[in-house]
Design a protein. Structure first.
Length: 183
């Protein structure tokens, strides 16, 4: 199998969270081309918090990158390199919802979110045995906590109300083995 070859690479933009590269490349067919790559400095982590009664704790926030649209999502955040993904999931759960969990397990790990333009990888978890507490939001976060049944969330995926990729992946992972997760 032929591979891409990098001839030159230049960082054209960088923030504390990501950098954008412009690469001059040879395609697998050997033709010269250009490629843009977004390198994330953190890894994407999401967690599905399940209350004892089976309802799911969700967060609603406005997302700038999609035109200030409201987005219903599972709690999500970035895991710095070297930080345990599960610890990130528990931290994001507490910060965004106020809830803490005594039980957490992985749903899906080491997947790429959009491997045609970014190296961002992710992990998803399910959390149970929740205790309600107080949110600890960052300055950029304006989050409302909502409780939904699992069936309502699946309907919202089908209708397009839920459009966040991590949320869809996590809920469909659970739906694929619904008996195991008792939802």
């Amino acid at each position: 199998m032929s591979v891409w070859k990098t001839l030159a690479s230049k960082v054209v933009f960088e923030t504390p969270w990501l950098k954008v590269r412009h690469d001059d490349v040879l395609t697998p067919a050997g033709n010269p081309s250009q490629y843009g790559v977004v390198e994330f400095k953190n890894r994407g982590v999401g967690v599905v918090p399940v209350l004892d009664d089976g309802r799911i704790v969700m967060v609603r926030q406005t997302r700038y990158a999609i035109g200030n649209q409201s987005s219903l999502e599972i709690p999500e955040g970035g895991a710095p390199q070297g930080e345990d993904w599960q610890q990130t999931a528990l931290r994001e759960l507490q910060e965004e919802t106020g809830y803490t969990a005594r039980e957490i397990e992985p749903l899906l790990t080491n997947f790429y979110l959009s491997n045609s333009v970014t190296n961002e990888c992710g992990a998803l978890f399910i959390a149970r045995q929740l205790t309600e507490g107080t949110q600890d939001l960052e300055e950029t976060e304006d989050i409302q906590v909502e409780l939904h049944t699992f069936d309502d969330l699946l309907a919202m995926i089908r209708s397009g109300v839920i459009s966040d990729a991590l949320t869809i992946m996590a809920l469909l992972c659970i739906a694929a083995d619904r008996v195991r997760y008792n939802l």
